[in-house]
Design a protein around this ligand. Structure first.
Ligand code: GAL
Length: 667
């Protein structure tokens, strides 16, 4: 019997108030095509069940061909056409790709690399996020669009920019340097405070004038890690300021139409999306499969769960994914039959109330012409097109799922600050990476058919029976207090190695490691013992670790497993500490694959009797089962109906190989 877990979030309001269906569609770039093609586009969109398109994302040069001269005629006609066909529009501000005239007029608005190279045009995202010229130009086109289309009946959503924090996430130009100093003055007020926070007594870095401070450009050695961290924070905030400017203009000019911007959750290191989440009206995300990875659907699930979590458990919009191959990976492997539909419905299972693609019609020209689309170069007599039409029909059958909440069994901590800090130079091992640990634990839970929420370390965790803290190297004292309270209140906390080591300034928490978590874990880490490349260490539990070991001294914790060999032979490797009403488990080596599976098997998670490769998510009253295997599977339960096929089910359900079923206990 597939268990229903307890952690339901209340049903949410509609994602896009003026769209009463699951959104379906994609980026639509009509400016790349003669207008004669648009009528065919509209007709084919209807055929596929498309009801929402993102328009104008890269249209700045077509909308404002020279500074202050606007050409909206084509967009007027396009929006009218969409509306006449009942297709809603997610209208973009085109500010991710400033036109050539902008770069010519304002060469100092180009972004600079860390090496000090100004980046050129002929591309996109060629702008410095802190440039006042960019800000003024972006505000100009945003205001014109907001004024003109505020009341257009097709427009149901504003799409600010595109993927803030993409290629120009970190800009090191002189304009950014000045803005960084301003940001630091606001944060620290006094140079004394900055010098203290950055620990500038080290290596003679003490600042006596704000003007001495620069972004962390390439330097002879590692740069001050606290400076690096503040530069990440500043950069995320600089992009956020650009978003806020557009959002505020649109809210004023176009009240009642929500504003989104497409995030790149789990794959964008540079933007602190926890901070951004509260700023957008609709959380939307772009996700592209890592095509060559065999289990890439697990990574997809992780990104979708993170998106839902950033959305506070409420529905969200998958703004972009691909119908087939992309064009920017080393080998752009095509999706197998059924894979695109499974990908789409996996996002839906994990809380998406809209499934969108990049892009509607494949480009003939430009850098992305070999990227798949809903309508391929080959037209409608293609497998991809048939799948697109069939997905549209499935989504229309899935309307009852819209607005329902996903239930999760456990939480994992995810913190961009820890990601930034862990991967700065001069760490004890170059093999300490954030995403690797997140994915490893996530995958182990996925293989147990467990659904995960992500949480920031300061979040209220009390509803979760289990919280895993992978790669939590940077942990503030207050976040650590939050974890302590969680455990004291009865929770089970799992902490992976090299966690709780430093504070927000990358300063080691006082005393023995891990200063932030010593008491709750009931141990001290006396010494880090990074392993040689490829070296493995055996544990007496039969598990095997690599990359890392530690010399632990217990201070109340009990031993769950010890090292058999390696630099910590005979010493504890995995421990458990009863603390208050709960317990805190510590894993001092890198467990992967079967070892991590064996470890997670002991965590008391719900046991779900399902074959490997079968994904199950509970959303509202629906049990969504995705069969990633080549064999039909029987899912035990007391199901009465299935939404996609519209058929009756008699208790147990069969999910055919490669397919998805949305099961319900009622008729
Ligand atoms: C996204 C981007 C789209 C398109 C797509 C291709 O990151 O937002 O505009 O370039 O990648 O996969």
């Amino acid at each position: 019997m597939v268990q229903v877990s307890q952690l339901a979030v209340p049903q949410a309001a509609p994602l896009i108030p003026r769209l009463d269906r699951i959104a379906y569609g994609g980026d639509y770039n009509p400016e790349q095509w003669p207008e004669e093609v648009w009528a065919e586009d509209a007709a084919l969109m209807r055929e596929a069940g498309v009801n929402l398109v993102s328009v104008g994302i890269f249209s700045w040069a077509m909308l404002e061909p020279t500074p202050g001269r606007y050409e909206f005629g084509w967009l007027d006609r396009l929006l009218d056409l969409m509306h006449a066909h009942g297709i809603a529009v997610d209208l973009a501000t085109p500010t991710a790709a400033p036109p050539p005239w902008f770069l010519r007029a304002f060469p100092d608005a180009r972004p600079w690399t860390r090496e000090g190279t100004p980046l050129g045009g002929g591309a996109r995202q060629t702008f410095c996020p802190s440039s006042p010229h960019y800000g003024a130009a972006a505000a100009g086109i945003t205001s014109e669009l907001g004024r003109r289309y505020a009341d257009h009946p097709a427009v149901v959503l504003w799409h600010s920019h595109n993927e803030y924090g993409g290629a120009n996430a970190l800009c090191y130009c002189p304009v950014s340097a000045a803005a960084f100093r301003e940001w630091l003055i606001t944060k620290y007020q006094t140079l004394e405070a900055l010098n203290a926070a950055w620990g500038t007594t080290f290596w003679s870095q003490r600042y006596s004038d704000w003007e001495e401070i620069a972004p962390p450009i390439v330097a002879p050695t590692a740069v001050n890690p606290a400076q690096e961290l503040d530069f990440y924070r500043f950069s995320s905030d600089a992009h956020l300021a650009n978003f806020r400017r557009e959002r505020d203009l649109l809210h004023t000019l176009s009240p009642g139409i929500p504003v989104t911007t497409n995030f790149m959750l789990a794959n964008c290191k540079n933007i602190d999306y926890w901070t951004w989440a509260a700023e957008v009206d609709v959380i939307s995300n772009d996700h592209y499969l890592q095509a060559e990875r065999p289990d890439n659907h697990i990574e997809l699930a992780m990104c979708a769960d993170l998106t839902r979590s950033v959305a506070g458990g409420t529905p969200w919009l998958l703004m972009e994914h691909s119908t087939g191959s992309v064009n920017w990976q080393p080998r752009n492997i095509a999706k197998k039959p059924g894979e695109m539909v499974r990908n789409s419905l996996a996002h839906l299972a994990r809380g998406a109330d809209g499934i969108m693609f990049f892009q509607w019609r494949a480009s003939r020209i430009g850098a992305e012409k070999f990227h798949s689309a809903m309508l391929p170069h080959g037209g409608t007599d293609t497998r991809i097109w048939r799948d697109v039409v069939s997905l549209g029909a499935s989504l229309s059958a899935l309307q009852p799922v819209r607005g329902t909440a996903v239930t999760a069994d456990a939480a994992m901590l995810w913190d961009w600050e820890s990601w930034w800090a862990l991967e700065l130079p001069w760490r004890p091992s170059s093999e300490l990476t954030f995403r690797e640990r997140q994915e490893a634990f996530y995958e182990a839970l996925w293989r147990r058919h467990v659904t995960v929420d992500f949480a920031r370390p300061s979040a209220d965790l009390s509803k979760y029976p289990l919280v895993i803290a992978p790669a939590s190297y940077l942990l503030t004292a207050s976040a650590a207090a939050n974890l302590r309270e969680y455990v004291a209140g009865g929770g089970t906390l799992v902490v992976s190695y090299f966690s709780g080591i430093v504070d927000e300034n990358d300063a080691v928490h006082p005393g023995a490691y891990p200063g932030a978590l010593r008491d709750v874990l009931g141990l001290r880490v006396e010494e880090f013992l990074p392993l040689h490349a490829g070296e493995a260490v055996a544990l007496d539990s039969g598990m095997v670790g690599d990359v890392w070991a530690e010399r632990l001294q217990l201070d109340g914790a009990t031993v769950l497993a010890s090292y058999v060999d390696g630099p910590a032979a005979g010493l504890p490797a995995i421990t458990s500490h009863a603390y208050g009403e709960g317990r805190a488990i510590y894993v001092s080596t890198r467990l992967t694959g079967e070892s991590l599976d064996a470890f997670t098997a002991g965590l008391g998670l719900p046991a779900r009797d399902l074959p490997a490769g079968v994904e199950v998510v509970r959303r509202g009253d629906y049990t969504i089962v995705l069969n990633h295997t080549d064999a039909d599977v029987s899912v035990p339960g007391s199901f009465a109906s299935e939404l996609i096929t519209g058929s009756a089910v008699d208790g147990n359900a069969v999910v055919p190989a490669g397919e998805v079923r949305v099961l319900h206990a009622g008729a």
